[in-house]
Design a binder for this molecule. Sequence first.
Ligand SMILES: [Cu+2]
Length: 65
Amino acid sequence: MKQVFNVQGMTCGHCEKSVTTAIRLLDPQAQVQIDRSQNHVEVESTQTREALAEAIREEGYQVAA
Ligand SMILES: [Cu+2]
């Protein structure tokens, strides 16, 4: 299932990697696409929206509701 998140605080490629890694720890099969200029994170995953958002928050980024 594809989910789109608005994620604040990604300033460079390293941030994108951190977010991607956090999601993949939760779901190794997850497909992650990030457009940081738009704060846009698209995730194809079997995990719940809440679990994915929590993983991103734990990396230190804000996820809009
Ligand atoms: Cu960064």
